[in-house]
Design a protein around this ligand. Structure first.
Ligand code: NAD
Length: 431
């Protein structure tokens, strides 16, 4: 008998921390909308996703059995341009999570002023239990399930948790086979050999480094080894953030992955740690530092904390114990809405996710532009253009925060909502 996956939701783990991610996003949206005096009609429009698609993805497992996975794609808003947003393969995927992430993408693209709307996709599955051929079949079947939404001018996916360049190549191929010609711009985060952009893999971590550097300058903190950094998560975002911040001269005292962290108060040799993970995959076998738990890492004595793993790791329970002066949110939604006030009262500068990790989508935008133009840029051009956008966006958000006396998070939402709302007003209501 075919197993039916996704009809019964497994208990969520630490991902949600008990807070509904869509409501958590909306809590901040409502505060920002109120600050902007957003008219009630537009407020209602921006509270609703444009389209929500749920698809069944039957695939043949290697053992010959058919299994049906549930896939989602939510297009939140396309007022400013084609929808843009990643696809995650995870056991924690729910429609509410995908809706929240799609809304975050809308605000993120608007904060850094890209001509994109927001979307997100996900498949409820445990990729760690699947072979590469099974993952390929699932990626292709999911792509064909949502193909009516996709297109360079309508909805452009990218990698997210547990999806990577390899899968983006399969998405591009599946879409192109249906269209009967090669369409590189339908997806970003592709391998460089088939239309990916130089600098894309490093872009999110590089962006985190740039906004952290600007925040350090703003707080008159030294940009050298007196500034200690702790990074939670050592995947794409965490490891590159650590490497980039070490390159800036900061002292990385702790990093972690899902099994826990490593700590050295004198500073870790990040090149050595990266090489270890390249060879052994996990940090737990690294012997040249003390071991600490993920919870301890968040509460370390340091100047900069970079949560770069999961949602809702900073909550009411631990927000009061955080000692960092700056939190750079590499992950999407690492702080629960209820913890915002505690961090603000403690005078901690939070660089919010929709700004801090926007380097990734910015270089995805560069990839889309290069694909459409058929002309590719060198890495220096990519990095210089990313630097300019991240610095300008940081300053815009900081300016908004100062003018309105609000946190950087609410200011980032205000910049974003204001931009999306302006386009809605100019386009008018088609009804
Ligand atoms: P990844 O899969 O490459 O890495 C995730 C890391 O988190 C791994 O080191 C993993 O071991 C660790 N981790 C997993 N569970 C953990 C736990 N319980 N405690 C501590 N660490 C844990 O993913 P990524 O691409 O680096 O994405 C991380 C976050 O950044 C996600 O929230 C993602 O949405 C966000 N993000 C990613 C990008 C990008 O370009 N990759 C862009 C913007 C935002």
């Amino acid at each position: 008998m075919a197993a039916v996956h996704g009809l019964i939701r497994p208990e969520r783990d630490t991902h949600l921390g008990g807070e509904n991610p869509f409501e958590s996003m909306m809590a901040r949206f409502d505060i920002a909308a109120q600050q902007l005096n957003l008219e009630p009609g537009l407020h209602q429009v921006l509270r609703h996703p444009e389209r929500q698609l749920i698809v069944a993805c039957p695939i043949l497992r290697d053992n010959g059995q058919v299994e049906v996975f549930t896939g989602y794609r939510v297009v939140y808003n396309t007022a400013r341009g084609p929808a843009k947003g990643g696809i995650r393969f995870d056991l924690g995927v729910t429609l509410d999570e995908v809706k929240a992430l799609a809304a975050w993408m809308t605000w993120k693209c608007a904060v850094v002023n890209l001509p994109f709307g927001g979307a997100k996709g996900g498949v409820l599955c445990d990729p760690s239990t699947m072979s590469m051929p099974e993952l390929e079949r699932l990626t292709r079947r999911y792509t064909s399930g949502i193909i009516d939404l996709l297109g360079p001018d309508s909805d452009v996916p990218a990698p997210d948790v547990n999806t990577n360049e390899r899968m983006m190549a399969w998405i591009m191929d599946t879409y192109s086979m249906h269209k009967r010609h090669t369409v590189t711009a339908v997806v970003t985060g592709k391998p460089v050999e088939m239309g990916g952009s130089l600098g894309r893999r490093e872009a999110t971590g590089r962006g985190c480094m740039i906004v952290t550097r600007e925040a350090l300058k703003g707080l008159n903190l030294p940009i050298d080894s007196r500034t200690r950094v702790a990074v939670q998560g050592f995947g794409n975002v965490g490891s590159i953030s650590a490497k980039q911040m070490a390159g800036l001269g900061l002292k990385i005292i702790a990093v972690s992955d899902k099994d826990g962290g490593i700590y050295n108060e004198k500073g870790l040799d990040i090149g050595d740690v990266l090489e270890h993970v390249r060879q052994q995959r996990f940090l737990k076998t690294y012997t040249k530092a003390e071991r600490i738990s993920n919870e301890e890492l968040l509460e370390l004595e340091c100047e900069v904390l970079v949560p770069a793993a999961l949602e809702n790791v900073i909550t009411d329970d631990n927000a009061g114990k955080i000692k960092a002066k700056i939190i750079c949110e590499g992950a999407n939604g690492p702080t629960s809405a209820t913890a915002d006030q505690t961090l603000q009262d403690a005078g901690i500068l939070v660089i919010p996710d929709i700004l801090a990790n926007a380097g990734g989508v910015t270089v995805s935008y560069f990839e889309w532009v290069q694909n459409r133009g058929g002309y590719f840029w060198d890495e220096e051009t990519v990095n210089n253009r990313l630097e300019k956008i991240m610095v300008e966006s940081f300053n815009e958000v900081a300016g908004m925060a100062a003018r309105h006396g609000v946190s950087m998070r609410i200011a980032a939402y205000m910049v974003a909502i204001d931009r999306v709302a302006k386009v809605h007003r100019l386009r008018g209501m088609y009804a």
